[in-house]
Design a protein around this ligand. Structure first.
Ligand SMILES: [Zn+2]
Ligand SMILES: [Zn+2]
Ligand SMILES: [Zn+2]
Length: 117
C-alpha cells in the first residue's frame, strides 16, 4: 500500500498508514525495520509477513529516516519521532501515545521513557 512517499507492507494497511492491528485515527505511523529496510504498519505485521526476525535500530542510527507519518506522508528520523511521540513534528497530526509502550520493539531505548531531555 502506498502511503505518502513510501510503500508500506503489512496486513490491512490503510491509506493513512493504519494496519489490521492498530487502526485508530491516531495509528498513522509506519516504521521502517532495520533488518530489511522496508516500512511495515507495526511489529505484528512484520512478524507475520517478514521471514526473518526483526532488528531494532541502535542509538547511533537514530538520525536515519525510519518513521513515516500517514497524515502528511513525510519521513521522520527516529530522533524526531522520539522527541515528538505524541504528534507529527511536521503536520502536527496526533499520534497514538500508546505507541510509546512499544518503542523498545523498534528502537534500542534504555528501560522506559527518558524524561527531561
Ligand atoms: Zn525485517
Ligand atoms: Zn500491524
Ligand atoms: Zn505528518
Amino acid at each position: 500500500m502506498r502511503v505518502g512517499k513510501c510503500e508500506v507492507l503489512g496486513v490491512g494497511i490503510g491509506e493513512r498508514g493504519t494496519c489490521a492491528h492498530y487502526n485508530s485515527e491516531r495509528d498513522i505511523v509506519a516504521i521502517r525495520f532495520r533488518c530489511c529496510g522496508e516500512y511495515y504498519g507495526c511489529h505484528a505485521c512484520h512478524a507475520l509477513l517478514a521471514r526473518h526476525p526483526a532488528e531494532r535500530w541502535p542509538q547511533f542510527e537514530f538520525d536515519r529516516r525510519a518513521i513515516l507519518c500517514g497524515a502528511c506522508g513525510e519521513e521522520l528520523t527516529i530522533h524526531q519521532y522520539l522527541s515528538s511521540p505524541e504528534a507529527c513534528p511536521l503536520c502536527h497530526a496526533p499520534f497514538n501515545p500508546g505507541c510509546r509502550k512499544h518503542h523498545q520493539l523498534y528502537f534500542e531505548v534504555q528501560g522506559g521513557p527518558r524524561l527531561g531531555s
